[in-house]
Design a protein around this ligand. Structure first.
Ligand code: GCB
Length: 603
């Protein structure tokens, strides 16, 4: 009897586990509109009214229970005796997109809640569906339209949207967002990072109008391992069977129709595209037409694989001459907010001789990825699973997985992206190994074509012998190694003698290597913070890299000096991590030319 009872309990648990998981999968299902910039939309960028609310007084009352009428109702005084202790319209303003820290002196170090309000009219167009689309808000956003809560989004670097069809008025819609960038131990990223926690609506906001039955998403690329066939799928927002989708790539003579089944149309077609590569980043105009909607994209085609220690682009080994980049605005500091700023950073990477960029340590804007693709950069894109996150917390895992799915969903049509990275410098433990193993599997489930990687810093051995045997090596396709010989350990000249032993027959990228220098500070090669010291570190690390026969590339740390809360040395750092090869004012340091020379000599 007891046995039967036990078996029943086990079955019940299995059932609950499975149904629960299925639900999680459903909740995670990504329904984001693909290719937001070619949709019909109005911009909600510009000046927004704000209220700085460190105590979250606009949300909680004095008993710390949520108010029924928080700031999100945008209450106004009607008669002189009314008591309303806030007024968006007579308060401060901030520009969107943009972080608050670099826009207002009093918010420089601020971490907490800021309420944002935008008032807008809506010019009624019949028979459309409307979405509010947010390219990114750091970190938690609670969004209200005309007093009604639309939802919450967590994660500072990925897009999200709400369906607001029939919720808009012709005049004076008020969109109110409670933005909270408080760091939390269980969050992704966690409390401790080496970059500035820029808060706010950091990327653009759009009001999108699409036909009621529209193209939601699509994926178009070369078939895995083939160069003569293009395949993909197009997903509608409804599930009418038998609608027809037309896919046209005029330059390739492709003009095909495919039938929708349960909301999705798939296709595979023979083609001989010119393959996208850094020298010739060829993009094709792809037109997709459904019964009621049409959209156009620029898509490149290439293959990416590994063979033992090599990375093969279009079947041929390539050495990734890279540089790491933070999404930090050149000249102004603060978050990058314009396409021009992306282009400035990318032009510097070009001048350095790069064919590869590591977009650290979180998904960068779609503009950055698209501009990089046009300029022929291969890209490493990553999520902020950085240092010591709570690996044994299931919610932390779900958060990481959501950010990963959103990153892949947004950029899955970008030929430039070859590597999805799941983590940076995470300490080995059973829970960490399991967490990251699951993430690598998730990458493969979402994208079977691109490669998965992680930046590791656990190298065993002694001063001269560095052994790569992190268990995560078994799950990634390419091993990233962050190593700071000459800066955090070892004298610069010792670096040339460092030997690397790889327990995995896989390519390795030196995903970080570098040293700090204050641009314009000169001295002896053994004097910290001088350009000469940084140059010396590069000199010997380059020698070291030349001796690693399984090295498939490098993305030294980092293109430009960037703001970090960890950098306190006032006369040198002044809140900047100084490992840039270029200062925040755009002036190259000596080491820039050292790396440039290396890249010119490498084939
Ligand atoms: C690292 C981190 C990077 C830091 C860098 C540094 O290993 O991955 O985020 O900024 O070191 O400068 O210490």
């Amino acid at each position: 009897m007891t046995n039967i009872k036990q078996v029943c309990i086990v079955i019940l648990f299995c059932f609950l586990y499975l149904t629960n998981n299925a639900q999680v999968a459903l909740e995670n299902k990504n329904e984001l509109l693909q290719n937001i910039n070619s949709r019909n939309k109005e911009s909600l960028n510009g000046l927004w009214q704000i209220i700085i609310d460190p105590l979250e007084n606009g949300y909680y009352n004095h008993r710390w229970t949520p108010r029924e009428e928080g700031f999100f109702v945008n209450k106004k005084m009607k008669k002189p005796s009314d008591l309303i202790e806030y007024d968006f319209d007579s308060d401060y303003q901030l520009t969107v997109p943009g972080d608050w820290n670099s826009q207002m002196e009093k918010l420089y170090y601020y971490e907490g809640t800021v309420w944002y309000k935008k008032t807008f009219d809506y010019h009624d167009v019949e028979a459309v569906k409307n979405y509010l689309y947010f390219e990114a808000i750091n970190y938690e956003a609670n969004v209200y339209l005309n007093g009604e809560k639309l939802g919450t989004h967590i994660g500072g670097y990925t897009p999200f949207q709400f369906d607001v069809t029939n919720k808009l008025k012709n005049k004076d819609n008020h969109l109110i967002i409670k933005v909270d960038n408080k760091r939390k131990r269980e969050a992704i990223p966690t409390i401790n990072t080496d970059w500035w926690n820029y808060g706010g609506i950091t990327r653009s906001v759009h009001l999108v109008s699409v036909p009621p039955e529209h193209i939601q998403d699509y994926s178009i690329q070369l078939s895995k391992g083939e160069i003569n066939s293009i395949e993909g799928w197009v997903k509608l927002n409804n599930t009418h069977d038998d609608d027809t989708i037309k896919i046209k790539i005029t330059e390739l003579g492709i003009d095909i129709n495919t039938k929708v089944k349960k909301g999705i149309a798939t296709f595979k077609v023979n083609a001989k595209p010119l393959l996208w590569n850094p020298q010739k980043p060829k993009l094709y105009t792809v037109n997709i037409t459904s019964k009621h909607d049409k959209i156009s994209d620029q898509i490149g085609f290439r293959t990416i694989e590994t063979k033992e220690s090599k990375i093969l682009l279009n079947g041929k080994p390539i050495f990734l001459k890279g540089i790491s980049i933070h999404e930090e605005a050149p000249f102004n500091s603060g978050r990058v907010t314009t396409k021009e700023e992306c282009i400035t950073l990318l032009k510097w990477a070009k001048e350095l001789g790069c064919n590869f960029i590591r977009l650290a340590h979180y998904p960068h804007s779609e503009a950055m990825v698209r501009e990089a693709e046009k300029m022929g950069f291969l890209i490493w894109s990553e999520i902020p699973v950085y240092w010591t996150v709570l690996f044994d917390n299931p919610d932390t895992y779900l958060n990481a997985e959501n950010q990963l799915s959103d990153m892949i969903s947004r950029d899955k049509n970008r030929a430039a992206i070859i590597l999805w990275s799941v983590a940076n410098e995470t300490p080995e433990s059973d829970s960490r190994n399991l967490f990251l193993k699951k993430l690598t599997k998730k990458v493969k489930a979402l994208d079977e074509v691109r490669l998965v990687t992680a930046a590791l810093d656990t190298q065993k051995g002694n001063d001269n012998n560095h052994i790569i045997e992190d268990p995560l090596g078994a799950y990634v396709d390419v091993i990233g190694i962050n190593s700071y010989c000459g800066w955090y350990g070892g004298a610069p000249e010792s670096c040339a003698n460092w030997k690397w032993i790889n327990h995995y027959k896989k390519p390795m990228i030196m995903s970080e290597v570098g040293a700090g220098a204050l641009q314009g500070l000169h001295g002896e090669a053994n004097e910290r913070w001088t350009e000469e010291y940084q140059d010396e570190v590069y000199k010997y690390n380059i020698e070291m890299m030349r001796n690693i026969d399984f090295l498939a590339g490098a993305s030294p740390w980092i293109l430009m000096d960037f703001k970090s809360h960890r950098r306190h040395l006032r006369r040198i750092q002044n809140d900047f991590n100084r490992k840039g090869l270029i200062s925040e004012k755009g002036i190259p340091k000596k080491a820039f030319y050292r790396l440039q020379k290396f890249y010119l000599e490498e084939n």
